[in-house]
Design a protein around this ligand. Structure first.
Ligand code: ADP
Length: 218
């Protein structure tokens, strides 16, 4: 797939230097991927990007916005071509605006890639150095978290238990296989039902060495 390079190059005068070093955050809906990503992105060296958040910011009147809304309302994944295009455009816009700096930032991807085909499509753009798998032994606790989030965030896909349960199924069928796509050495399982600070500590224990290795200070 053609990278959206011309847009970024025009603004910054620099071509993207793919693939960007990245860490992926995985886990069932409600496992806390977004919460951890949002905390980590405040720490210099990390740049967090959530496909779900980008999708919710799409203009509802745009063709892409309508397609994504139609799928997320049912708990299904949006089509891969739309997903990857929106993601790369957004990423390059962040780079053009100098918010994402590939020489300084480890990309923290939350929610993407979400199936094997997306992994293949993204291979030329991202170099996966680490994969955090937020594990969950208590699915009902996750569903409860989502119910609470629904009240706070007004998300269409959180509004009904049927849609939530469908998202869990989709996760097991389409997203979990992604864990075997990458080398076992980069995968770190972290139990997500602990308190946020504890999960954060474990994420940092794993990610800081990756950060130091890929962005050594001169
Ligand atoms: P969750 O809490 O289920 O992890 P997200 O905020 O990551 O929710 O995503 C919300 C919805 O956006 C998904 O249910 C799906 O419809 C769509 N979506 C997000 N990321 C992707 C992706 N990588 N591929 C396809 N669809 C996606």
């Amino acid at each position: 797939m053609a990278p959206p390079a011309p847009l970024a190059a025009k603004r910054t005068g620099l071509k993207p230097r793919y693939p960007y070093p990245a860490a992926l955050i995985f886990g069932v809906p409600g496992a806390g991927k977004g919460t951890q990503g949002e905390i980590l992105t405040r720490i210099p060296g990390f740049f967090h990007l959530s496909s779900g958040v980008i999708f919710r910011k799409l203009d509802n009147h745009s063709q892409e916005g309508q397609i994504v809304k139609m799928y997320s309302a049912k708990g299904e994944l949006a089509p891969d071509d739309v997903t990857v295009r929106v993601f790369l455009n957004w990423l390059e816009a962040q780079r053009a605006a100098d918010r994402f700096r590939p020489r300084e930032h480890l990309l923290l991807l939350d929610g993407i890639p979400r199936n094997i085909h997306q992994c293949q499509m993204l291979e030329e753009f991202i170099d996966v150095k680490a994969l955090i798998h937020l594990t969950c032994h208590d699915e009902e606790a996750m569903i409860e978290r989502i119910r609470r989030r629904a009240a706070l965030e007004n998300r269409i896909d959180d509004a009904s238990d049927t849609v939530t349960r469908r998202r869990f199924e989709v996760y097991r069928q389409e997203t979990e296989p992604v864990l075997d796509f990458y080398p076992k050495e980069v995968v770190k399982n972290i139990e997500s039902t602990g308190i946020h600070a504890e999960v954060l500590l474990e994420c940092l224990n794993y990610l800081v060495p990756v950060l130091k290795e890929n962005f050594p200070r001169d």
